[in-house]
Design a protein around this ligand. Sequence first.
Ligand code: NAD
Ligand code: LMR
Length: 327
Amino acid sequence: MTDPVRVAVTGAAGSIGYSLLFRIASGEMLGPDQPLELNLLEIPPQMDALEGVAMELDDCAFPLVQEMNLSDDPAEGFEGANICMLVGGKPRGAGMERKDLVEANGPIFKAQGEAINDNAADDVRVMTVANPCNTNALITMNNAPDVPNERFTAMTRLDLNRSKYQLANKAGVNPGDVSNIAIFGNHSSTMYPDFFDARIDGEPVPEVITDHDWLKNDFIPTIQGRGSAIIDARGASSAASAANAALEHVREWYTETPEDDWVSMAVPSDGSYGIDEDLIFSFPVRCDGNGNYEIVDDLDLNDFSKEKLKATEQELQEERSVVSDLM
Ligand code: NAD
Ligand code: LMR
């Protein structure tokens, strides 16, 4: 019998939580043979709602779920956690940038970093969804000095999926035919979805999609602004697609990435591409199947791409300076 994996999810009574938990519990994240223990974390006013979510999880009778703990105390919520999915936090509304949330959400991650440091399992892996997710991950990492830095990541998988769909739609192919999408930088309107290195059926995207004006002036802003477009249309930020991406982020972190592809995650910079080492920056990465990854550091970026990386790096440096008191 495989040992259970303990997954802690914060914001478990929220919109993303409601799309995420049932898929985790069904085995879609870690596989149909992996038993699970779920730690669901919320804030006190949401504990009744969380009870309701837990009742529904019970009513699914998922065989993989061996234990479920509900808490509004981060120390309890992260106790023994092997995987922490930090979803809890305020979402933005229309007209806001994600970085406008940093003052409201930042302090959450100081407390949660400390609680992860003191209570999580030795092999803990942490992924942050709540915005601004790169900087929240940086705060968490800096408040968990006993946990190796490379265990802290933030989610840009949704941006990867958005890019995949937009490129496939333009080229008239299936999204599954699009590979090698590198999302660089911040999960924000400065993020850089690198289409130069992306491939369609193994061919470079700029050779398949010859409308380069569309790639530069339509595709990039569409991905950068997709979150806002959804808020404007739905009156609330993305939830099901975000949950789907969170699940894929974790699944792929524990899956060996095919040699001819990569995934994108925001991870602590190691200085690749000249990026400031004190940032959580999205890079293309390859995972080894055991919860480890390496940054793909040998893409031959052109001047256009280098300029985009600088802009998103600068935004992350500005976000970092706003929260320096939390680290
Ligand atoms: P939501 O308001 O529906 O739910 C958030 C939940 O978090 C609420 O139930 C709230 O009570 C809970 N929460 C707040 N503070 C908490 C804390 N300290 N501990 C535990 N729980 C806490 O919001 P949502 O739509 O689920 O979005 C959650 C976050 O994810 C937002 O910050 C949103 O901007 C972000 N998001 C990120 C991405 C991404 O691609 N990285 C995508 C979509 C949404
Ligand atoms: C998204 O990209 O959909 C999320 O980050 C939510 C948002 O605020 O845009």
